[in-house]
Design a protein. Structure first.
Length: 285
């Protein structure tokens, strides 16, 4: 009886599954089961080929490898043991020196996810955007230089290619800047679209500033309104120089008639008096 009690109290020997799990942990990997999926996260970069060959799918949003079906622990542990990580990745070999900004992108993204983006200063917000256009370099110095040169985020996004050339900005980054600027304009437009614009003059002014305040040349823009002063369309009628833009009344009236507009708001900017914008309201009757 005493022997039976002693045998029952003795700890169970570790199973093969436990050994496999410990092997994954030693490689810097964490395994979790969720919604019928097995998710592997942690130090996955040096093992990405093994994880892919084992049937894993990369989840970009959650930054983990996903496996469907049976528990992949034993299979992954055996594959990783057969394919050791390169030097510097838990291999025991001395790791090469890494740049001071190593891991900074991940830390900044994690800050945004946990604490929100509102608290980021302009240079960090710009740095974060540059992550998605420029790979494998520290973008903080570039973000600070751009702000020092242009002053504001809006002026950076509206800068001409020739102005950005001194910063070695490539086409990918230039397209990103254009997309961010247009996104801001469209967000502002939502506040004045499908509503009587004259009931909230400040929102209209804010929208015009978003559309024109950072332009380097004069634009003549027309907001076409219906009988209830609801915005039908916003169009750039003419583009000019830094201090002049031509206006052709015949073209303005022609376009108003095509759209069936009952009233117009004529908008143009003054780059030499930045950020001055002029608005005039007129009826088509």
């Amino acid at each position: 009886m005493g022997r039976a009690k002693k045998a029952a109290a003795a700890p169970a020997a570790p199973s093969a599954d436990d050994d496999a799990l410990l092997s994954l942990l030693a490689a810097g990997l964490r395994l979790q089961a969720s919604d019928g999926l097995w998710r592997v996260s942690g130090n996955t970069l040096p093992h990405r080929t093994v994880l892919r060959d084992a049937g894993g799918t990369w989840n970009r949003l959650d930054q983990c490898w996903e496996f469907a079906g049976e528990d992949p622990t034993a299979k992954l542990a055996a594959a990783i043991e057969a394919t050791p990580a390169a030097a510097g990745h838990n291999s025991g070999a001395p790791a090469a020196a890494v740049p001071h900004y190593h891991g900074h992108r991940g830390r900044l993204r994690e800050r945004v996810l946990k604490a929100g983006i509102e608290s980021l200063p302009d240079y960090e917000l710009l740095e974060l955007l540059l992550f998605y256009a420029i790979e494998r370099i520290d973008t903080k110095p570039l973000a600070k230089r751009l702000l020092e040169r242009f002053g504001t985020l809006g002026d950076i996004f509206a800068a001409e290619p020739a102005q950005l050339r001194e910063f070695e900005i490539d086409q990918r980054t230039l397209v990103l800047f254009r997309a961010v600027r247009e996104s801001g304009r469209r967000l502002a437009e939502r506040k004045v679209k499908d509503m009587p614009v004259l009931t909230n003059w400040q929102q209209l002014i804010d929208y015009c500033h978003a559309a024109l305040a950072h332009e380097k040349t004069e634009q003549f823009r027309i907001l076409f309104l219906d009988r209830k002063n609801v915005l039908i369309a916003d169009e750039v009628q003419q583009r000019g120089t830094i201090d002049h833009t031509p206006v052709y009344p015949r073209e303005v009236i022609k376009r108003a008639l095509e759209l069936g507009a009952a009233a117009l708001i004529l908008v143009h900017n003054h780059p030499t008096m930045h950020p001055w914008i002029t608005l005039d309201h007129a009826s088509t009757h």
